[in-house]
Design a protein around this ligand. Structure first.
Ligand code: FMN
Ligand code: FE2
Ligand code: FE2
Length: 395
């Protein structure tokens, strides 16, 4: 069977694979629409380069696709923008098939290629910011972009075609579509992906965005999801997200066993809605981490609702609180709602986890048992206080 290869520009090909069936990435991130591993072949008049590879298990597909447009045994370069196995995992197979190909990577990438893939140093060609490779009428330029998504990452840019290969950066987890205008909910998918993968590295993302501002870009070809033939669509979003711009919006993340915490949460959420604040509610026992992470990208505050279980936060809330701490969203304010049966403990632990984040805890309502009218009034008052803070701050 002929392998499907897509010519994006004269001499620039998509040779990636779509993985419709994969459902959980990194043991953490749900993939309701699968994902893609986009690899690219750039053919100059003299030399040929592969940019990134695909997830292990798809090596045969990749080599077959390369074979449609070039001799896989005659590659000159394999560019490793990132060492994570979803992009670099097939590099050993490609290097084995193509004996003279050099692996082009950053100095940190070289260490990782040794540790993860046992590539020998003789096969590597280390590049740094601004270095170029002349393929004959096609020039690859390398852009240092550390921590997008790991310390070793870089971008590759084809000068003549104004095509950018930013690997994980500017991507989205979906197997749907080839181009941005073919996927209706792509902005939402991209926001979830940013929250899950790039948000902890917002500062690195901001630095990369400054570098990209000076670059003429006609096509952004990331390693996951559709290609942006309207680059400004994703660049304008990333400018906001990497800068940590927030909306007058609250993420309400809660879990409740017998409905007491939930009652407080409902009052708080409805009070916030009534005061012109956007509210995104996530029930934590069933939450999709991607939905939650996506909403955290531009929310200004979080309300955490959780009862005490065994002297601590309900485990589902504990997990969410840790996620908030590690994903480093640009949240400014927090409030906690909780119910306990005898000794409590949830509130104390919420404070311990949120304390180091720098998020201002505006207040908490902790009740013994089920809420009475006074407790309900306290929840409403706390929500009003939060709404005032949210509306009073610019971003
Ligand atoms: C499995 C389990 C463990 C609990 N452990 C504690 C505890 O250690 N300390 C405490 O004060 N209450 C504990 N409770 C009581 C709950 O915190 C209390 O029933 C609370 O009102 C539940 O709020 P909810 O209706 O929002 O689920 C526990 C309840 C359950 C079901
Ligand atoms: Fe990655
Ligand atoms: Fe990736």
């Amino acid at each position: 069977m002929k392998a499907a290869v897509i010519e994006l520009r004269d001499g620039v090909y998509w040779v990636g694979v779509k993985d419709w069936g994969w459902r959980l990435f990194d043991g953490l991130i749900p993939l309701p629409h699968g994902t893609s591993y986009n690899a690219y072949l750039v053919k100059g008049s003299a030399k040929t380069a592969l940019v990134d590879s695909v997830n292990p298990g798809f090596e045969g597909d990749l080599l077959a696709k390369i074979g449609e447009v070039a001799d896989p045994a005659e590659l000159d370069y394999v560019v490793m923008n990132h060492a994570e196995p979803d992009h670099a995992g097939s590099i050993p197979a490609v290097l084995a098939a193509s004996p003279k190909a050099k692996l082009v990577l950053t100095a940190k990438g070289a260490d990782m290629a040794t540790r993860y893939f046992r590539v020998s140093r003789e096969r590597m060609q280390v590049v740094k910011e601004g270095d170029t490779l002349d393929l004959g009428g096609k020039t690859l330029r390398f852009i240092d972009a550390p921590f997008l998504h790991w310390p070793e990452t870089m971008f590759t840019y084809v000068i003549e075609d104004k095509v950018l290969f930013p690997c994980d950066f500017l991507g989205a987890h979906t197997a749907a579509g080839l181009y941005d205008d073919e996927v209706a909910d792509l902005a939402v998918r991209a926001q979830m992906y940013f929250g899950e993968i790039m948000m902890p590295f917002r500062k690195a993302g901001e630095r990369a965005m400054k570098k990209l501002a000076d670059l003429p870009i006609e096509l952004i070809a990331p390693s996951h999801g559709p290609l942006w033939r309207h680059p400004e669509r994703i660049l304008s979003l990333y400018r906001k997200w990497t800068a940590g711009e927030t909306l007058p919006k609250v993420v309400v993340a809660y879990v409740s066993m017998w409905g007491s915490t939930e009652r407080l949460v409902r009052i708080a959420a409805e009070t916030l809605l009534g005061q012109g604040v956007q509210v995104a509610v996530h029930e934590l026992a069933h939450v999709d981490v991607g939905d939650l992470a996506g909403d955290l990208v531009d929310a200004r505050a979080i309300v955490l609702g959780a009862p005490t279980v065994l002297g601590a936060l309900h485990p589902a809330a504990l997990n969410a609180a840790y996620l908030v701490r590690t994903l480093k969203p640009p949240l400014r304010y927090a409030a906690v709602l909780s119910s306990y049966g005898w000794g409590g403990g949830a509130l104390r632990q919420a404070g311990e986890i949120l304390g180091p984040t720098g998020i201002e805890v505006v207040g908490a309502v902790e009740i013994h048992g089920a809420p009475d009218a006074d407790a309900e009034a306290q929840a409403a008052a706390l929500a009003t206080q939060l709404a005032t803070k949210i509306r009073g701050s610019e971003r």
